[in-house]
Write a protein that binds this ligand. Structure first.
Ligand SMILES: NC(=O)c1ccc[n+]([C@@H]2O[C@H](COP(=O)([O-])OP(=O)(O)OC[C@H]3O[C@@H](n4cnc5c(N)ncnc54)[C@H](OP(=O)(O)O)[C@@H]3O)[C@@H](O)[C@H]2O)c1
Ligand SMILES: *[C@@H]1O[C@H](CO)[C@@H](O)[C@H](O)[C@H]1NC(C)=O
Length: 378
């Protein structure tokens, strides 16, 4: 049986689903000859590890308890009061140092998959050191990959040991498909995508003639948006995904060089207007302009999509008119879509479409990434 030791950072919606999937897939993985050995779980304040990370693991009952405690909104440090023994709780002050030590010890011996399911910029130091000491790195977190080029190079130092399928289109095989195209020497000319479920939903509702303000309020009520819908409307999250794809294509660019169209003006930004004020009084002022754009597009046989376009050295993120009868134009609701144009996929692009968000699908993508590393472990 191949053993893949895993250290999980982040125990939110995605991290917890990952732990649940790991536990429920035990017999499947056993049939495949693989065992995932969870040797650490951390949240923003503490890390839980077995007494001996080289020999022991956190068992399934323990992992299920981790999920229950985090679902209740309690921190992992709650465990220190449970006095069950068999594990250690590392507190905030030692968190980074201890995590780094574990990655060094295991990276050099049996290998270790460090899995980032946090939404933090702060894991990057740990990840870079882990990559350097021979660990594999699996990410659902986009932020480390969208930092400086210097950081990026350190993270992808050993490309075969880095997986980040879930950073773009959640579980959809976007990165895997691109890697296959790239390694076959088929040059990618351009990529056109709709990479935000929220903005996909908003744009297709606008197409039906509804006002932006009403659509965004409804999306928030349905739980489709971030707590502050401007986090979706700013386009920043789409820009991060676009940057990840562009860098995969070898483009040496940073966030600053991406043209990002925000759906709200600066004066309605989070620092200047509360969420409630924005939703009640701000956003209605944007209705008319966008309605006119929708009508203009329609008169051209087009629809508006919030798209990312990667072509040559340029990466653009914003509203675009696309033909009604193109893959992007036919997209409805919150699905993500990516159209890849290359020499082999010239007239008819390679199209990848499906649910591009959700804790369950995202965690499934992360799990598949971990299993995909099995040949690197003894
Ligand atoms: N949900 C989706 O549909 C989806 C799709 C694609 C990608 N993603 C990405 O997946 C990641 C996780 O998403 P989520 O929805 O699960 O986020 P979340 O619910 O906000 O959970 C984040 C978790 O990370 C922990 N954390 C924060 N800083 C940390 C640190 N320095 N070290 C270790 N853990 C830390 C948090 O700890 P506390 O519990 O202490 O706050 C929390 O448990 C994000 O980067 C997100 O962009 C999500
Ligand atoms: C994902 O998990 C978070 C945290 O538990 C939760 O608030 C959110 O509603 C979940 N999202 C979905 C789509 O289930």
């Amino acid at each position: 049986m191949k053993k893949i030791p895993v250290l999980l950072m982040g125990c939110g919606g995605v991290g917890r689903h990952l732990l649940q999937h790991i536990v429920s897939c035990r017999s499947l993985h056993a049939k495949m000859g693989v065992h995932i050995r969870v040797i650490g779980v951390s949240d923003s304040k503490s890390l839980l590890v077995p007494m001996d990370v080289l020999k022991e693991e956190l068992n399934d009952e323990f992992l299920s308890q981790v999920c229950r405690i985090k679902s209740n909104g309690s921190p992992l440090s709650t465990f220190s009061a449970l006095e069950k023994g068999g594990f250690r709780v590392v507190g905030e002050s030692e968190l980074r140092k201890e995590t780094e030590e574990i990655t060094q010890i295991l990276g050099k011996s049996t290998g270790l998959a460090v899995v980032d399911c946090s939404a933090s910029m702060e894991t990057i130091e740990i990840l870079m050191k882990a990559a350097e000491s021979g660990c594999c790195v699996v990410l659902a977190n986009k932020k480390p990959l969208t930092s400086t080029l210097e950081h990026y190079d350190k993270l992808v130092l050993h490309p075969r040991r880095v997986r980040h399928e879930s950073t773009v289109g959640a579980g959809l095989p976007v990165i895997a498909s691109m890697n296959r195209i790239i390694s076959s020497g088929d040059p990618v000319h351009s990529i056109l995508g709709s990479l935000s479920g929220t903005l996909g939903y908003v744009m297709s509702e606008l197409e039906d003639g509804k006002p932006l303000s009403q659509v965004v309020r409804a999306a928030k009520t349905l739980g489709y948006t971030e707590p502050d819908p401007r986090d979706d409307l700013s386009g920043m999250d789409v820009a991060r995904k676009a940057l990840i794809l562009a860098r995969l294509l070898g483009k040496r660019i940073t966030m600053e060089s991406i043209e990002i169209e925000s759906l709200y003006p600066e004066e309605m930004g989070p620092g200047l207007m509360s969420v409630d004020d924005f939703l009640q009084n701000g956003i209605v002022k944007l209705d008319q302009n966008i309605e006119e754009r929708v009508k203009k597009a329609s008169s051209n046989g087009c629809v508006l999509r919030y798209a990312c376009v990667i072509e040559g050295s340029s990466v653009q993120v914003g509203i675009r008119e696309v033909p009604k009868d193109s893959p992007l134009g036919r997209l409805r609701g919150s699905d993500n879509i990516v159209e890849i144009y290359s020499r082999c996929y010239k007239e008819q692009p390679l199209v990848i479409q499906g649910a591009g968000a959700g804790n369950d699908t995202t965690a499934a993508g992360v799990l598949a990434d971990i299993i995909d590393l099995q040949d690197l472990f003894p």
